[in-house]
Design a protein around this ligand. Sequence first.
Ligand code: ATP
Ligand code: MG
Length: 395
Amino acid sequence: MRVALAHYQEIALKGQNRPWFIRHLARNVRDALAGLDVGDVRLPMGLVEIPLGDSVDVTEVRRRLAQVFGLANFALAHRVAPDVDAITEAVLRDLPRGSPVASFRVEVRRAHKQFPVKSPVVERHIGGLVQDATGWKVDLSHPAFTVWIEIVPKAAYYYYGREPGAGGLPTGTGGRVLALLSGGIDSPVAAWRMMRRGCHATFVHFHGHPFTSHASIDKVRELVRVLAPYQLGAHLMLIPFGELQRQVTVTVPGPMRVVVYRRLMLRIAERLARKVHAQALVTGDVVGQVASQTLANLAVIGAATDLLTIRPLVSMAKEDITREARALGTYPISILPDEDCCTLFTPRHPLTRAKRHQVEAAERDLPMAEMVDAAAAGPVIEQVEWPVVKSPPGR
Ligand code: ATP
Ligand code: MG
C-alpha cells in the first residue's frame, strides 16, 4: 500500500509533553492534507503514516507536507508486512531502474526491537540481492542512492528518497503572537521564524492609505498568502495610520517622528494583541540596519509597551535574512516598490539617539489614548484560508 511517511525530530525530545506535541502534529498533518484522497493519519512508533488513495495527487501531498512544522523529513513510501521475505520481494520489485545509479546502500531502522532479524543482517541480505539484480556498487558512507526500510511492530515501510520537512515545532504548541508586517524583507522572515517555533501568528499592517498608494497593502496581502499555509490559515489586520501620522506632525519635531510612529504602532499592536489573545509582538527589527533601529532607538520604541516584544532577526546579517526570504518565497514580493507609511512626513535624517524623556515630552501634547483607542477599535480583518478545502467537521 502507498503511504506518505514522515519523521519528527525535536518533538522526540519533549519528555512528558511529547504526546501533546504529537497530537498537534497529527492534527496539523490531517488538516494540511484536507480535500486530498488520503486516509487517517497514524502514528506508529515515532513515525507519521498517511495512507494514500488511488486518485491522490502526490505532488500536492509533497507540497503540503513540506509546509507542516514539526516534520523533520518525509517520503512517499510503501507499506508491507513486517517480514524479511515480503520486504525483500517488494523492494526489488519497485526499485527505480530508469537511470544509472553510481552507488547505493540499504539502511534499515528497526523500531520494533522484537523483530527477529537484526538491522545489519537485513541490510546485508537485501543489499546483496539489489547488487545482484542491478550491478550497482555499494557505498556505505556516501551513497548516491539509499533504499530505506523501517520496521515497526505491525508493518514495514520502504522508500527510495526522502525530502526535508519544515522542521521546528507543530503550529499551535507555542501560543499566539501578533506579527507586525511592513511589506519589507525582514518582517515576514521574523514572523516565519516564530511560526516555526509552534506559534500561531496573526498579522497586522499599518498603512498610509489614502495618503499613500495601495501598494503596501497589496504586498502584505501577498506575503500573508505565502505564510498562511505554514499555519493552516491566517488573519491580517489592516490599520489606517496616515491620519495618526498627520496628527503627530503637529507637535513632534521632524527627526523624532519615526520613533514616535513606531511607539504608536506598538501601543496599537498591544491593544490588538489582547483582542486576539496573542502573548507577544513580533517585529523584523535588526540592530543597526536603519536609523530607527539603533540600540538607543529600539530601547525607546520598546518602552512604549509592556507586552513581550520579540525581534527574531535582531542580530542577523542582511545577507542571511535575504537568503531566508528567498528560500521562503517572500523576497520577490518584498522588493516590489511601495510607499512605506513611515516615510510620510519624515525628514531624510531621523534621530539616531532618541532620549526617552524627550520623546515622552513630545508625546505629552498628543491625545495619545484617543489615538490608540480609535486605531485599535475597528481593524479591517481579512482572512486567508488554507487549505482551501477544509476537512469535514467531526473528523
Ligand atoms: P522590514 O524589512 O520588515 O520592513 P525594515 O528594515 O524596513 O524592516 P523598519 O521599517 O524600521 O525596518 O521596521 C522595523 C519593523 O517594524 C518591521 O520589521 C516591522 O515588524 C515593523 N513595522 C514597520 N513598519 C510597519 C508597518 N507599516 N506595519 C506593520 N509593521 C511595521
Ligand atoms: Mg520597512
